[in-house]
Design a protein around this ligand. Sequence first.
Ligand SMILES: [Zn+2]
Ligand SMILES: [Zn+2]
Length: 473
Amino acid sequence: MTGPAGQPGGVTVIVIPQPTVNGPLHIGHLSGPYLAADIASRAARARGERVLTLAGVDVHPNYVLTKAENLGTDVGELVRTYRGQIVESFQQARIGWDFFLDPQDEGYRRSIAGMLEELVTGGTVPMEEYTLHRCADCGRTLHHSYVVGKCPVCGTGANGTSCEGCGGFTSAQILLDPSCARCGGPPVEMVHTVPVLHLERYRDRLATEWLQAEWPARVRSVLQQYASAPLPDVPLAYPTNWGIECGGPLAGMRVDFPTELGLSYLYGPAQALRPEARTLAERVQAWEEVDGVWHFNGMDNTFYFTVLYPAILAVAGVPTAKARGAVVNELYLLEGQKFSTSRNHALWAHEFLAAEDPELVRLYLSWDRPDRYESDFTDASYRAFCEWVRPLLDRGPLAAAPVTPPDLPARTLPTALAAAELERAERALSLTGFDAALAVRSLLAALSTGTGADSVALAALTGRDRRPAVEGR
Ligand SMILES: [Zn+2]
Ligand SMILES: [Zn+2]
């Protein structure tokens, strides 16, 4: 996290989203936020910027318990297996981090629950009667994977987390036609006294976050909805059977997992910058060094990285708006169809990377990144790419001539343009206007002239440069 000599500079926090441990990562995941965040982190570090990259895994969405129950397996065993595969694929793909958010670490769990308890005992977050729903038949509190219905904004089918159709917030309380996703039972109301975050009270601060940060067009369209409609009241913890257990004034409740994620983004940088910080106020103080936060995520999490997570930093006491922007992606298809675990239509990252050159995988998934539209992984394209690019990575200056149809003159890039291509590649890896697909194209053009083998762009895109050791978790 050190900047160039004599230029301390503020820290930019880059968030690699924590994958839920209800399955391994597939290459669609890699092509989205995971590789992009790692590449952007490496490029920023090479420019001498102070970056602090957070990665981790997410154990506490009840999608994990649902998966184990559906498979009839022990949930602890399931978490161990998928966590192992996810971290293995991070290592194989050379995805690094500065701080690992580990929900299975006792200190992490105590800190997350403790920060929420402090917000309640300090009076920042009120305890209020709140109407939740439970299933009339199986009794589960209806939230996240336990509930299914339709998004009230766009009508897409959704669970009680967020809408894949429009990126908006969904919960059992606002879904249309909600029912128990586990047994089909109808919802019945239940009133509990829980900590409630009234997001509307933070609108001024959120408006500053929204205006100052760089958001892609589709994210802005979600924000437009929230600009004219009231922001929801969100229960931060409540009685249920999965998640971090609370104590003190919240005994008997568990932290809602998006609340946990929001607090983890406060906790991680604080631990990295001031490991001795224990109280909420000390952790907030550690944030004096932080200039801003970039989230890399899928479109369907827009509500969380534009509204809930910035609001949690504000509630915790971070005095100024920290949102700097988001780099988002659309879905990646596999041979023309959506990735699907249930249909076993997937290329699992850890299996694919075990057999492939990680540099070519990183370059190809960046070249084909589904950033502007849904793009499609095909094995034929990937193989053609490897055949084209492998010699460019291995050769020195002026090696074999490029493959050109015999009746055409060679159309490789004139050497005089190579420097411009390399500059374009490096600038395309800035956080502002991040465009990995453009960076790869420019880099490959330069490499075809025999230049760029020692470039920042090649090092960041392939993961060749030195990074803090990936912890062996
Ligand atoms: Zn039920
Ligand atoms: Zn929707």
